[in-house]
Design a protein around this ligand. Structure first.
Ligand code: AMP
Length: 315
């Protein structure tokens, strides 16, 4: 097996997991240890000493060094190579996408959706408790390990929330999971952006396909408005981006209740609260955890039951 050429050559490369603008991620292991331990090793390629550090790396490190929670990925180790920075994360076996993607036409059991949603919301509540916005919640960044524990990963876009009145970057969050206020260029946004993305994933687990899938921003916004309607001044009185909404004309509205007919009443209620068009009306992660959806039958499945699903997918 080929070793990764690293500053310290302890890790052995198993396979490339992914690649982004920052560099590459490999599955690696530490040889010569009694129990084989796997890691996801992220290599930030473009770090030149004296020329500053990659901003995404800096974000991941500062934030993940602060937050320690069962539902948030852990950094195992951090080290420099000649021109690179390496972050070794705990290795997590399965992307949520694998669980969602339909292998057949069966629906995901409601108890499984509840178990996964509850873990997602617990991780998110913890991130928000630290005044951090993740800003890239999507199924590819939610990983589930062999023990059935879901972990939020990839903090490359995360940031501490700006103090009131300070602008934040517009245009964050992958398109299909991006809330309307971000599409319309909001510079003052808050925790609701992550709640919207999580609501989209909730819906995706119910239907087993992305809720607002579209090739262009217009396609996606058209889908959002045909499900939820176009907000008016009474829905969203302090909305200073209403001009953007006015570009769209209101057609027939499907409504969440009709589109998800057959799903539990409590589930639909929670989904409506997560997908409120007005971000100020969106439920918070800590409130969502206490929603009746999680206490009525069928109850959220256990981590052991999630582990059984994962074990079938990673064989
Ligand atoms: P990222 O650039 O962080 O989105 O990572 C690229 C891909 O690497 C992801 O889509 C995951 O499939 C994989 N990945 C990232 N972190 C981990 C991890 N801690 N454990 C396992 N796979 C990971």
């Amino acid at each position: 097996m080929k070793s990764v050429k690293l500053y310290d050559k302890r890790f052995q490369k198993i396979v490339k997991l992914g690649e982004g603008t920052y560099g590459k991620v490999y599955k690696v292991k530490l040889p010569d240890t009694e129990k084989v331990q796997y890691y996801a090793l992220k290599k930030y390629a473009s770090i030149l000493f004296g020329e500053g550090m990659d901003i995404t790396a800096l974000r991941e490190i500062t934030i993940l060094k602060e937050i320690s929670h069962e539902n948030i990925v852990k950094i195992h180790e951090l080290f420099y190579g000649m021109k690179s920075l390496y972050i070794a994360y705990e290795y997590i076996d399965c992307e949520l996408t694998k669980i969602i993607q339909p292998l057949n036409n069966d629906e995901l059991p409601e108890s499984l959706i509840k178990g996964l949603m509850l873990q997602m919301l617990k991780g998110l509540a913890e991130i928000h408790r630290y005044s951090v916005l993740h800003r890239d919640i999507k199924p590819q960044n939610l990983l589930v390990n062999k023990d059935g524990v879901l972990k939020i990963a990839d903090f490359g876009f995360a940031r501490f929330i700006a103090s009131p009145g300070r602008e934040m970057t517009a245009g964050v969050i992958s398109n299909w999971y991006r809330p309307p206020e971000i599409f319309f260029g909001a510079k003052y946004y808050s925790y609701g952006v992550d709640i919207w993305s999580t609501g989209c994933i909730f819906a995706e687990m119910i239907k087993r396909k992305p809720l607002f899938q579209g090739a262009t921003e217009i396609d996606i916004l058209t889908k959002i408005f045909s499900l939820l309607g176009i907000p008016n001044e009474s829905d969203w009185p302090d909305n200073n981006q209403l001009d953007g909404f006015k570009l769209f004309s209101q057609g027939d509205v499907i409504t969440i209740k009709k589109y998800f007919a057959g799903f539990s009443e409590e589930g639909i209620d929670l989904l409506e609260k997560m997908l409120a068009l007005n971000p100020n009306k969106r439920i918070s992660a800590s409130e969502a955890i206490k929603h009746p959806f999680f206490t009525v039958e069928p109850l959220p499945c256990t981590n052991e039951e999630i582990a059984q699903v994962v074990s079938k997918l990673i064989q």
